[in-house]
Design a protein around this ligand. Structure first.
Ligand SMILES: [Zn+2]
Length: 261
């Protein structure tokens, strides 16, 4: 038998739950002293709760969800119409049923209907379930690739793309938003086809719709091309969300409630 510090036997379990939130967490866990194994008097060793917590916060960090989406989760999504309810249902079902799903999601709709909110909610709930996820805004990704061409930079295109290819679950936000040059389309095709061939789950959002509307002269197909559009439809369940820009709607009705969690 190895020596066990006395305090480990006397520290009540609830102390962990009363511990400060992530971020203020003390360096060393009071239950396991950083070993990851908690010694329970009379029972032996068991995996410490802090390990689970640490794994989750690592996964959240690795997902690279932008700070402005910190408060986005399913519980904070505002359902204002049937299309949003339907989108919510598909998104939450996907995050519960994964990995037993064969298609990702393509969330289509105009600005401010909550597409990114739902995409982020999926990532968060999948990280809570222990899956490794990655968020990328498509325009930002293109910029990173472009700057990798800079001879001074120490990175390469492949280095930028590797995590995009490898991510178990990827959100590509705002596809079609960048000016569709040949290079943009080739890059998009490279990403989409690689993930398609590897059968990896991808969730896309786009501000472009499939049908042409009078007030909107470009469709998703105009932006990404016929072939990519049909590839997206093949690898994703398509969900259209309609509605007002909720940020504007709520500014008028009531100030946006700050999530206090
Ligand atoms: Zn611990």
């Amino acid at each position: 038998m190895f020596a066990v510090p006395n305090t480990a036997q006397t520290t009540p379990e609830r102390d962990f739950y009363n511990a400060p939130e992530i971020g203020e967490e003390p360096e060393v866990c009071a239950l396991c002293y950083g070993s990851g194994m908690e010694i329970v008097a009379g029972k032996g060793a068991r995996p410490c709760e802090c390990r689970k917590k640490r794994t989750h916060s690592n996964l959240i960090e690795k997902a690279r969800i932008p700070k402005r989406y910190t408060d986005c989760h399913f519980h904070s999504y505002r359902v204002l119409n049937p299309s949003q309810e339907r989108a919510f249902r598909f998104a939450s079902r996907l995050s519960m049923e994964y990995p037993a799903v064969d298609r990702g999601l393509l969330l289509m709709g105009t600005v401010g209907v909550g597409k990114t909110h739902l995409a982020v909610s999926i990532l968060k709930s999948l990280t809570e379930r222990g899956f490794s996820c990655l968020f990328y805004e498509f325009g930002a990704l293109l910029k990173s690739i472009q700057s990798s061409y800079n001879t001074v930079s120490q990175t390469s295109e492949l280095k930028v793309l590797a995590p995009i290819f490898d991510a178990e679950i990827l959100v590509l936000d705002e596809i079609g938003a960048s000016k569709p040059t040949d290079w943009v389309r080739d890059t998009m095709a490279n990403i989409i086809n690689t993930r398609y061939n590897d059968k990896k789950l991808t969730i896309f959002t786009t501000n472009y719709l499939d049908e042409r509307h009078a007030e909107r002269d470009e469709t998703l197909e105009d932006r990404i091309g016929v072939r990519l559009r049909s590839r997206l439809f093949e690898m994703c369940k398509t969900v259209s969300i309609t509605g007002e820009d909720f940020r504007r709607t709520f500014d008028q009705i009531t100030p946006i409630k700050k999530n206090t969690r």
